[in-house]
Design a protein around this ligand. Sequence first.
Ligand code: X2X
Length: 332
Amino acid sequence: MSLTRRNLIVGAAALAAASARAQKAEFAYKYANNLPLGHPMNLRAAAMADAIRADTKGRVDIQIFPNNQLGGDTDMLSQLRAGGIDFFTLSGLILATLVPAASITGIGFAFPDYPTVWKALDGDLGAWVRGQIGKAGLVVMDKIWDNGFRQITTSTHPIQSADDLKGMKIRVPPSPLWTSMFKALDASPTSINFAEVYSALQTKIVEGQENPLAVIDTAKLYEVQKYCSLTNHMWDGFWFLANKKAWERLPEDLRAIVARHIDAAALAERGDVEALNAGLQKTLAAKGLAFNQPRTDSFREHMRKAGFYDEWKHKYGDEAWALLERSAGKLG
Ligand code: X2X
């Protein structure tokens, strides 16, 4: 028997066992996400689900559906709201299609480094965003999971300054803030769910995209891109969301166990992603990506002149903007 065929059979048997176990559990839940199995988010989530099964003596069973198996992000968000999916991790910027305020943490060049990110997201700004998510009828865990600082890749040319983005066809995730930012940079952004990004790059529907190195690596985007410009143009994270009815079905004691393990996994995942992103440049260069380090002053200047910061300050309101500036410093 070929190794692949054997793996398939072993994989299918494992899946069947997992689904039989889930059916027996008192609380069988589905957690879906958009990232490949090898990303730290899925590795930590698998350990988290094991810990939850162990600590609830099998009463709570969370089955993981990675890699857009249940649909693209916008579709998974609808399924979460309808109760077809119980848990879902989503970028605050895409969540903003439902909760507009949730994109504030993705304002371009707001956070200079990780300590500033975690201080804000585990502090007042994060609490304010979670309050807004709650008002929209979703449950959100306390600790946001890391996606990372984002870098631009292209198949055509390196991005050295804002001028290189002019007219460039770039994929952005479905989110008003993302589109607005790249329009302010004079690029030509197209909203595409992550599920379709690899093929959109392969077929040259778009020239480029932007993502943290951990995603570029685990989703193998280096196979269909040539250049990687280390712009660090924004930080992005995933809120761990729950369908409200599904969450409230859990008795209080089990809710506490589940929330504790999810938040602990978030903290572990943050460490993994930060370490991975720091070391991946070498790995990706060996796989053929050509790196460059642009000066980002020209980007900020361009966005400022285009009125990007003024526009978004007005949209979020003074209270929220003040919370952002308290941790990120004066913007715009
Ligand atoms: O869609 C993307 O680019 C990703 C994987 O970074 C997000 O989930 C926002």
